[in-house]
Design a protein around this ligand. Structure first.
Ligand code: BG6
Length: 497
């Protein structure tokens, strides 16, 4: 598909995301010859940088591009770097829009970007609306000459109320189809593949309901702690940082009804319906029984001392922000009635892994003897990352006399698709937005529906009586008490390293 000439203006360009994700994604797109011929990046931020300094920071001296740059000839790297420019925005992101709009105009003229502008807002949520307002004051939302799109990074609001205000605020200046709310999990190939697994295989979809599925388990684990983002994270926590967005996006794809086609709005409509059908937990007893939070405490991993969360830079020593969240919930609709969902996300786990596990019911009548513990149910394991793939667990006969049953696996790994280049999430999403395809971006009502579910949990964790906060040693699978949530099933599936 052809991508129109355009300019990408990044707000928050001196921040971590730009160097770590955005520029490397654009760099890969450049190497893959996916960028339009006329393409310019204008970084805007509060730091005072020249074009050259910006290029140095995000390209030449970037740790994220170091290895890649080595493989290329100088000319290519230079050609890419020369597409990048920088504009200082003053201390508060609010001052110099006149300067900015003039700079955009000049670059547009010199690089023929046809007045097509995409604004990427990688700024704190409190500033997003101000930026949109300022852009509109300089007519930078006006599409009469070229498209104007706004990509908004997470966190999208801080809770339901702020998300609603943000949506309303943005919609004063930009129309909904111009607004792209990014959730990088939707850019992951394996997350998108959830739709294909379900809706293009007659061996899965007929079983995808309460008649055959016993429960659904989703684990998102990271081995890192909060790294250098303590300041941000302490105001956020696992529920806001991962669950409200990335994990509920995965949930919506597992839960949704078949869309009538693959058009963006059809898929998004079904996702919103799915999110709206999550049973919101309101009373304290339900919240007490179905939610668990915890923080990692200082400990040793492989002989090395690891800081506890409260000792991390930027974190309040008395912080009650969770680095582990496990939530059990139900979905109130025809398909899922009575099927529990168990979803957890955490930092400082033994490994980095994200997987969705569909646990099927055991056959109503058991004829054969089972050979081992927990081997009766069929499982479909969708491995989102790493080792992307799909695993089906089913019973086979143990060779020899009698009919003993043992578990066997059918594996598919994406890596076995030789020659296929799998795009990184940010590459895919940036390219989609550049081409005006919003399928993998969240709509206003979708984000609000997700907050609707999360808000009471946040509120309970903040203000509820007798709310528990567990500790767990860095490098273990969270607090032992989290197994209580799993009811009679006993334990979570802890994937190996
Ligand atoms: C980000 C969170 O959105 O996702 C981070 O803010 C987290 O805290 C990251 O580390 C995880 O993304 P991925 O793609 O590495 O699973």
């Amino acid at each position: 598909k052809k991508t129109d000439s355009q300019m990408l203006i990044i707000f928050g360009a001196s921040g971590d995301l730009t160097a770590r994700k955005l520029i490397p994604a654009l760099f890969n797109l450049y190497i893959a010859e996916q960028l339009p011929d006329n393409f310019v990046v204008l970084g805007a931020s509060r730091s005072n940088l020249s074009d050259e300094e910006f290029r140095g920071k995000v390209v030449y001296d970037s740790t994220y591009l170091k290895e890649k740059i080595k493989e290329l000839d100088k000319k290519q790297v230079e050609d890419f770097a020369n597409k990048l420019f920088y504009e200082d925005l003053g201390d508060d992101y609010a001052s110099d829009y006149e300067g900015l709009s003039k700079r955009i105009e000049t670059l547009n003229d010199s690089h023929d970007t046809e007045h097509n502008y995409m604004f990427y807002l990688s700024t704190p949520p409190s500033i997003v609306e101000t930026v949109a307002k300022n852009l509109s004051e300089y007519n930078l939302n006006d599409e009469s000459k070229g498209f104007k799109r706004l990509i908004v990074e997470k966190p999208f609001g801080y809770n339901l109320e702020t998300a609603k205000n943000l949506n309303n605020g943005l919609q004063q200046y930009f129309k909904e189809p111009q607004i792209y709310r990014i959730d990088h999990y939707l850019g992951k190939e394996t997350v998108q593949n959830l739709l294909v697994t379900r809706f293009s295989n007659s061996i899965f979809e007929p079983l995808w309901n309460r008649n055959y599925i016993h429960h659904v388990e989703i684990t998102n684990a990271e081995s890192v702690g909060v790294e250098k983002r303590g300041g941000y994270y302490d105001k956020s926590g696992a529920l806001r940082d991962m669950f409200q967005n990335h994990l509920l996006q995965i949930v919506s794809l597992v839960v949704m009804e078949p869309p009538i086609g693959d058009q963006p709005e059809e898929i998004r409509n079904e996702k919103v319906k799915a999110l709206k059908s999550l049973r919101v937990m309101r009373d304290e007893q339900t919240l007490f029984n179905n939610t668990i939070r915890a923080q990692y405490v200082s400990s040793e991993i492989d002989g090395e001392k690891v800081k506890g969360y409260r000792e991390e830079d930027g974190v309040d020593p008395n912080s009650t922000t969770e680095t582990y969240a496990a939530i059990k919930f139900f979905v109130d609709n025809w398909r899922w009635h009575g099927v529990p969902f168990y979803v957890r996300t955490a930092k400082r786990m033994p490994t980095k892994v994200t997987e969705v596990i569909i646990h099927f019911k055991t056959p109503h009548h058991q004829i054969f003897q089972d050979s081992g513990v927990n081997s009766k149910d069929n499982k479909l394991i969708i491995r989102i990352q790493p080792d992307e793939g799909i695993l089906v667990k089913f019973g086979v006969k143990v060779p020899g006399q009698g009919f003993k049953v043992e578990r066997a696996n059918l594996d598919f790994y994406y890596s076995s698709l030789a020659q296929t280049y799998v795009m990184e999430a940010y590459e895919r999403l940036l390219l989609d937005a550049m081409q005006g395809d919003a399928t993998l971006y969240a709509r206003a009502d979708e984000v609000e529906a997700a907050w609707e579910f999360v808000d009471p949990i946040l509120d309970y964790w903040k203000n509820g009586k007798d709310v528990r906060m567990y500790g767990y040693a860095a490098g273990v699978w969270g607090p032992e008490n989290a197994d209580e949530l799993i009811d009679d099933l006993g334990f979570w599936r802890n994937p190996g390293k």
